[in-house]
Design a binder for this molecule. Structure first.
Ligand code: NAD
Ligand code: WQD
Length: 336
């Protein structure tokens, strides 16, 4: 059985479908801190098979031990954590406690039950302000906010754990900017409150929940002055987890690897693609740069291709189409 922490969240829900469809037996652990139970039924429908679910907090060692004790765990895929950059600046202790504390309890439980394979959701945010592009995995790390530092610290903990126990293997996946949704439109990104990220903001302007997009900065040294990011379709990202799991089960080593497309798109390119694909105009205005933003960030994806045999298949227009399929069919997100 593969244990998936945070499997009801945006990326975890898509990954669970890919894993189940590939024949893996799954159990999800999620405390619903940033997700809704309605996701579970949709995962089960789309995955075409049963998926076990435990409502529990990964910081609860007793609850976690009961789950590990029930069914042998082959590997863990660890999505659970908080992810909002701004909130992490306001509440750093909550972030350290949940992200690092949660991972710590998980790793101790894995040790106790001799589970020695983990796929971890890291982030391109660990690189901080890029000194050179595209970003290769050996680029110096320098996260610039508490959220990013939790990811950087967890990466160190995983490396130390692997040094101490050569049997232990991790696949640390540095995601770039995941967007899009399952093509059925039945699951997708459902942020609470006003979205911080570009894409859910755009789709909520499109359904008229929000009035207009504010584009943070038009004076960067980029193709059109707006920020450039490596947007990756969440379905491609889900497949990346399958490839990482296979790597861990087949090979006798750990890996830290970028998951992106290797291409950057500016904010204006994304918004224009969305308009082209959906035919819906997106009201927008330029606003000052957002604090902490970098001009450009995109991945070197050669390591993922070489080691995992994985590369993305979907482009920005697929991301727009599928995100819109989700948002238009679920204007208020998942039901309570
Ligand atoms: P998400 O918030 O949608 O999903 C995280 C899930 O974890 C939620 O369902 C939440 O309820 C659960 N959770 C949080 N704390 C928990 C705890 N203590 N115990 C049990 N469950 C808990 O986030 P996502 O976008 O799906 O991201 C998944 C992972 O990928 C996160 O670790 C995130 O930091 C990382 N990541 C996300 C992005 C992104 O842009 N979405 C980019 C890079 C990395
Ligand atoms: C993308 C671009 C903005 C909103 C964040 C986290 C990172 C990772 C992914 C988890 C930038 C611009 C945005 C808006 C805008 N998450 N923008 N108007 O900042 O690259 O990355 O999510 O690990 O850690 O920092 O993504 O979607 O917020 O922004 O103009 O209303 O869109 O300035 O250029 P970001 P984003």
């Amino acid at each position: 059985m593969i244990l998936v922490t945070g499997g009801l969240g945006f990326i975890g829900s898509h990954a669970c479908i890919a894993l189940r469809r590939a024949g893996h037996k799954l159990a999800i652990v999620d405390n619903l801190a940033n997700s809704k139970l309605a996701v579970l039924e949709r995962i089960r429908d789309l995955a075409g098979g049963d998926v076990a679910f435990h409502r529990a907090d990964i910081r609860d060692a007793t609850a976690l031990a009961a789950i590990f004790g029930r069914d042998p765990v082959e590997a863990v895929i660890h999505f659970a954590g908080y992810k909002a950059v701004g909130e992490s600046v306001a509440k750093p202790l909550d972030y350290y406690e949940n992200n690092i504390g949660g991972t710590f309890v998980l790793l101790k439980t894995m040790e106790r039950y001799a589970v020695r394979r983990i796929v971890f959701s890291s982030s391109a945010t660990v690189y901080g302000d890029p000194q050179r592009l595209p970003l290769t995995e050996d680029h110096p790390l320098g996260a610039v906010n508490p959220y990013g530092r939790t990811k950087q610290f967890i990466e160190v903990i995983l490396k130390d754990r692997a040094i101490g126990s050569p049997e232990f293997r991790h696949a640390t996946l540095r995601y770039f900017n995941p967007i899009g949704a399952h093509p059925s439109g039945r699951i997708g990104e459902d942020p609470r409150g006003i979205p911080n990220n570009l894409f859910p903001y755009v789709t909520q302007v499109a359904i008229k929940r929000l009035e207009k997009l504010r584009i943070y900065g038009n004076d960067y040294g980029t193709v059109d002055g707006t920020g450039v990011r490596d947007y990756i379709h969440v379905m491609d990202l889900a497949e990346g987890h399958l490839a990482a799991l296979k790597f861990l089960l087949d090979k006798d080593r750990s890996i830290t690897v970028n998951l992106g497309t290797g291409r950057g798109n500016s904010v204006l390119e994304v918004v224009n693609a969305f308009e082209r694909v959906t035919g819906i105009p997106i009201a927008r205005e330029f606003a000052p740069r957002r604090q902490g933003d970098v001009a450009s960030c995109y991945a070197d994806v050669s390591l993922a291709s070489r080691e995992l045999g994985w590369q993305t298949k979907l482009g920005i227009e697929d991301m727009c189409r599928d995100a819109w399929a989700w948002q238009s069919a679920n204007p208020r997100g998942f039901p309570e």
